[in-house]
Design a protein around this ligand. Structure first.
Ligand SMILES: NC(=O)c1ccc[n+]([C@@H]2O[C@H](COP(=O)([O-])OP(=O)(O)OC[C@H]3O[C@@H](n4cnc5c(N)ncnc54)[C@H](OP(=O)(O)O)[C@@H]3O)[C@@H](O)[C@H]2O)c1
Length: 253
């Protein structure tokens, strides 16, 4: 299927690895120019170089900490026109109510909750003339609440509401806003989280892969399985989809 993305420009946050990197690669394969954002300029530069070499599309990198409002504004100032915004960078810590102190909880939401909202607000008027699309990578904890990932459950639920509300309003501006709720996806972040859980449950972090065996298909999702959906949702082929959040979790319980 031709996704009709050739020549469009997409900004992807958290694009240096994991899900964001897979989305960047897929959009480049479809002919999109890219703006990649993450904190570490070196890993970002390496990701950009690989994509330029493999797909011959223009790739700009912007090293920024998106948990900081002034850096969100700096990123937005560097963007002139934009067709697609992928809000993806996030790292909310696991833990129950008393495990995550106020400072860590706020810092995590500064990136995953306010970072998504702030960058959307900063870029909305630049997306509008292009009938732009916003794709929020959220997470199933926002719909299947986990008391042992309480900051993530509450933060993701907020972003689901944000996505649905804005997705409802966007068509009057010619725009669309959609979300994806991944379950476990095979990335560095997933391994770190499962190692922590194995340490807590068994006193042995190396047993983390045991959790994967209990998942549907006996594995986590591949980042590419999230990226394929993101590319389709961002594309004109999905032109009547807005305010929708697609769950990709193998129907895990
Ligand atoms: N993996 C899963 O199982 C899973 C499941 C559901 C939802 N999700 C969500 O999917 C998103 C991506 O997760 P992932 O597993 O792909 O993560 P990951 O492999 O840890 O990658 C995170 C990316 O975000 C960047 N980043 C982190 N903090 C940042 C900051 N303050 N400002 C700008 N960029 C920042 C990282 O680069 P730098 O470190 O260089 O900044 C990196 O490029 C997250 O929002 C996560 O909550 C993941």
């Amino acid at each position: 299927m031709d996704l009709e993305l050739n020549g469009k420009l997409a900004l992807i946050t958290g694009a240096s690895k994991g899900i964001g990197s897979a989305i960047a690669t897929h959009l480049a394969r479809e002919g999109c120019g890219l703006i990649l954002v993450a904190r570490n300029a070196d890993t970002l530069g390496e990701a950009a170089e690989q994509i330029r070499r493999d797909h011959q599309v223009p790739v700009q990198v912007l090293a920024a900490d998106l948990s900081r409002q002034e850096e969100v504004e700096r990123v937005a100032e560097d963007v002139n026109a934009l067709d697609i915004l992928i809000n993806n960078a996030g790292a909310i810590p696991p833990g129950a109510l008393l495990d995550v102190d106020n400072a860590r909880w706020r810092a995590a939401w500064d990136l995953k909750v306010f970072g998504f909202i702030s960058l959307t607000r900063a870029l909305y008027r630049k997306l509008q003339p292009h009938r732009g699309v916003i794709v929020n990578i959220i997470g199933t904890a926002g719909e299947r609440f986990d008391p042992n990932y309480i900051a993530g459950s509450a933060g993701n639920a907020a972003l689901m509401a944000f996505t649905r509300a804005l997705g409802h309003a966007a068509p009057k501006d010619g725009m669309r806003v959609v979300g994806i709720n991944p379950g476990l996806v095979s990335t560095d972040r997933m391994e770190t989280m499962l190692r922590g859980r194995a340490e807590k449950d068994h006193g042995d972090a190396s047993r983390w892969q045991g959790y994967l065996e209990k998942l549907p298909f006996s594995r986590a999702a591949k980042p590419e399985e999230i990226a394929d959906a993101a590319a389709f949702l961002a594309s004109p082929r999905s032109g009547y989809t807005t305010g929708t959040i697609v769950t990709i979790d193998g129907a895990a319980r």
